[in-house]
Ligand binder design. Structure first.
Ligand code: FAD
Length: 324
């Protein structure tokens, strides 16, 4: 029996959904293969999140609590993760694929002499380790990857697994942690948050994305209204970010963000391969476009062929009625 450990990432006082997705999958793997699923929370207020994590059924939750974890810094996080790995001795250590995970995974793998597979969209256990799929070439191809060994790190794209709750009776183990200022050679001067839309696109359940078809003020107003009714994050194609109409942080695609919401509504977006690379993992895709041959319809679950200025107002009104 081995330990499948999941790192629970905290951002802006909230647990990242992607971490809970990984934990859900790890617990299912543990149940199917007679392993143990455990979780670790490393944060300035780690204990605040224990009850929420318990719901997803790990048998043990490790907490590492220290004010140094208020902001992401590699050195203390690496030290804490190393300590947790020494304590929990995981066979597989799973992470949500976030910016900070990307920052730290290579260092942790080197430090622990572990195999690592990053940014995968699914993985399963094999007799020797894990087998994973990773989207490559602008998500046109899924590559098969294998990692073998007795310590394997894996990071998983958000939206890859559904949340699944389990028995909520985990033991909680606090791990002592301290770090001396002299150990931290980097200085964190400033964190510049994303401007514009406040909903984190990587975590958003619903995204309304605007393309060149919605570039004028009226189009933007309709996008904002639709997003507000659905409590959705707002994204954009590069046509709008390049034109300075929308903030670059909202760009979705190969050179923007990779998102995987439950619902993605593409408005006035043609569906160029570079855009699709960032949203093809969405659970349900709705496309609104006046061109019936637009490539976005090839990947859409539901399509509305029509002028967005005529389609959106009644669509928004109906949604308001349903919501209200
Ligand atoms: C190296 C590289 C990287 C790139 N990275 C990205 C990236 O990360 N993200 C990204 O998005 N793009 C990226 N691009 C750009 C990409 O190739 C496309 O040019 C871009 O996605 C097009 O944006 P769009 O769909 O909004 O515009 P268009 O392709 O111009 O499409 C606009 C669509 O709106 C429809 N439309 C117009 N008016 C209306 C209306 N009134 N009602 C309904 N529909 C209407 C049209 O039928 C059309 O399909 C990249 C390109 C390169 C070369």
């Amino acid at each position: 029996m081995s330990t499948l450990l999941t790192h629970i990432a905290i951002s802006d006082g909230k647990i990242k959904r992607s971490s809970l997705e990984v934990l859900s999958h790890m617990r299912q793997l543990a149940e199917a293969n007679r392993h143990t699923a455990e979780a670790v929370i490393i944060d300035a207020e780690a204990s605040n999140y224990v009850d929420e994590v318990k719901k997803y059924g790990p048998s043990t939750i490790y907490t590492v609590e220290d004010p140094i974890f208020e902001n992401h810094m590699n050195t203390p996080l690496l030290k804490a993760l190393t300590k947790v790995m020494d304590e929990a001795e995981p066979y597989i250590f799973g992470f949500g694929s976030t910016e900070s995970t990307k920052d730290i995974l290579g260092a942790l793998a080197a430090n622990q002499d572990a195999a690592v597979l990053s940014d995968v969209s699914e993985f399963e256990l094999t007799d020797e380790g894990i087998e994973a799929k990773r989207p490559v070439m602008a998500a046109k191809i899924l590559s098969d990857n294998v990692a073998e060994g007795d310590r394997i790190l894996v990071s998983v794209r958000s939206g890859s697994y559904d949340l699944d709750e389990g028995d909520a009776d985990a033991d909680v183990v606090d791990i002592d942690f301290s770090i001396d200022d002299s150990e931290i050679q980097a200085t964190l001067r400033e964190i510049i948050g994303a401007s514009g839309d406040k909903i984190d696109l990587a975590e958003a359940e619903t995204i309304v994305a605007a393309g060149r078809g919605a570039k004028d003020e009226e189009g933007q107003d309709l996008i904002n209204e639709l997003a507000s009714v659905l409590n959705a994050g707002i994204g954009a194609s590069r046509a709008l970010t390049e034109a300075g109409i929308m903030d670059p942080s909202l760009q979705i695609g190969q050179t923007g963000k990779v998102v995987s919401p439950q619902l993605y509504i593409a408005v006035g977006i043609s569906g160029a391969i570079q855009h699709v690379a960032g949203m093809t993992n969405s659970k349900v895709i709705v496309a609104i476009n006046k061109d019936p041959d637009a490539p976005i319809f090839d990947i859409a679950d539901y399509g509305i062929v029509g002028d967005l200025y005529k389609v959106l107002p009644p669509f928004i009104e109906e949604l308001k009625k349903i919501k209200g």
